[in-house]
Design a protein around this ligand. Structure first.
Ligand code: GLN
Length: 482
């Protein structure tokens, strides 16, 4: 059975109808990985033994007639989510041999449903980047064109979904890392509201921005996975107790009368024309469905990248100070304690991670704290206020997900500022803690996917899923062929 383009929902039906067993479904994906992942390089660790055990447990549950929505569903997991007994590298030399003794809460919740883990997928080192080319292990390629990047940092997750190497995947998003690779790889990815999903066991990059979320083939599948992983967690004090019943509860409801805000700053010259046109066409598609387009402004957008890189690097510098070669991670050499730590960090971290640590410590140092870090925090408040004002007169906001389609590998090497600037469309959403979903709205002249983002009110994931789903019902995606 060809499962390459199957949705989680369709596979659920096939498993429950006994058209395929959980073990067979996993084997199909492993065969596909063996056949084609040499071209894409999405997986760092393939977990066939673990999958076999998971599939047995899942099958029992299916046979007993009480499967959960993800029972027996084979998923790929971004390699910054701790998995008990399974290597979790963060695509870094620093954690190259790290085998966590516990599961992230999101993984525990998937386990409660008896999902099947296919393996751990690549990312930018410590989730810092937008191309998956800073990975110390697998520099993933875009399945639509293997000369191009898959985006990042969850490039392994998005590429694995697009290439048919899993039914869906988990990623994480600090400044766009779920949405942008989903855009580049033509799949659907959802960044939940900050606090919706526990960050316990997610290797920290920037704690005030990080969120775990699904990457899948449809908005509906994202909702199914979010239903499983969301919820308050005593192990994460920043997770919020905001109740939900089903993130797919609005699926199929008409968007007629819905107000969709179009912030003009997201449609300027910084965004490629083909992208602008595709997203604008999608907006008109919504108009045809009865939605109302509302002009609006997010004037702080021009400072957003600067604010994001100050805040995220400051938090990263602090979070990554734990890698000293002593407790875990790569152990360097030296004649003194200081020398050993220096050598561990020098050898364990790649150039991009070192750059962020330097920038973060600089921004936090006395004399510069007020000039940079405090100003960035003031901007954060401004950004939050601007979004609040927009939502007074709109239900969702529609923007491009990235200024361009996936670019050629190597184009942004050695030009960090260019790479940072490309995050312009996604970072304010993290700074404001809002939920957003990327779905495909077109293809450029070379057939590369173009993504749009639908941003919602805090904790209103149901509405953005409904909105993305409404468009997906009108749109025929072109799946990639490897
Ligand atoms: N590209 C952004 C960065 O490099 C976002 C990364 C992320 O969301 N993890 O920081």
């Amino acid at each position: 059975m060809d499962l390459k383009n199957i949705t989680v929902k369709e596979l659920r039906t096939k498993l429950d109808n006994k058209e395929i067993s959980a073990a067979e479904a996993a084997s199909e994906f492993f065969a596909e990985i063996k056949k084609n992942d040499g071209k894409v390089l999405s997986y760092i660790t393939v977990t066939e033994d673990e999958a076999k055990k998971n599939a047995e447990a899942a099958q029992k549950r299916i046979d007993a007639g009480n499967p959960a929505p993800l029972t027996g569903i084979p998923l790929a997991i971004k390699d910054n989510l701790c998995t008990d007994g399974i290597r979790t590298t963060c695509s870094s030399k620093m954690l190259g041999d790290f085998v966590p003794p516990y599961n992230a809460t999101a993984i525990e919740k998937l386990n409660e449903q008896d999902y099947v883990i296919l393996g751990k997928v690549s990312m930018d080192e410590f989730a810092m980047g937008g191309s998956t080319q800073t990975s110390a292990f697998a520099k993933t390629k875009n399945p639509y064109d293997t000369e191009r990047v898959p985006g990042g940092s969850s490039g392994g997750s998005a590429a694995a979904v697009a290439a048919g190497f899993c039914a869906a995947a988990l990623g994480s998003d600090t400044g766009g890392s779920i949405r942008q690779p989903s855009s580049f790889c033509g799949v659907t990815g959802l960044k939940p509201t900050y606090g919706r999903v526990s960050r316990y066991g997610l290797v920290a990059f920037a704690s005030s921005l990080d969120q775990i979320g699904p990457i899948a083939r449809t908005a509906e599948d994202c909702g199914i996975i979010l239903n499983a992983i969301a919820g308050v967690d005593p192990k994460d004090a920043t997770s919020k107790n905001v109740s939900f019943s089903d993130f797919n509860e609005k699926l199929g409801q008409s968007v007629s009368g819905m107000k969709i805000a179009i912030p003009k700053e997201f449609y300027g010259d910084a965004v490629d024309e083909e992208v602008r046109t595709a997203v604008t066409n999608a907006a008109h598609e919504y108009e045809k469905m009865g939605a109302k387009l509302v002009d609006c402004s997010i004037s702080t957008l021009k400072y957003a990248v600067q604010a994001y890189y100050l805040i995220s690097s400051a938090e990263a510098a602090s979070n990554l100070s734990r890698y000293d070669g002593i407790k875990y991670g790569l152990r360097g050499e030296g004649h003194s304690f200081d020398e050993m730590i220096r050598d561990s960090r020098n050898r364990g971290f790649g150039a991009e991670v070192k750059r962020r640590i330097l920038l973060g410590n600089y921004a936090l140092s006395s004399g510069y704290y007020d000039a940079y870090y405090r100003k960035a925090l003031a901007l954060k408040q401004k950004i939050i206020e601007e979004y609040n004002a927009v939502f007074e007169n709109a239900d969702v906001i529609l923007t491009p997900t990235a200024p361009s389609v996936a670019y050629k590998i190597g184009v942004q090497d050695n030009d960090p500022v260019k790479m940072y600037t490309a995050d312009i469309c996604t970072v304010t959403v993290n700074i404001a803690g809002l939920p957003a979903i990327n779905t495909t709205c077109g293809y450029d002249k070379d057939g590369m996917p173009i993504g749009m983002s639908i941003v919602g009110r805090r904790f209103d994931e149901a509405t953005i899923i409904q909105t993305a789903d409404a468009f997906e019902r009108t749109f025929s995606p072109v799946r990639c062929t490897l």
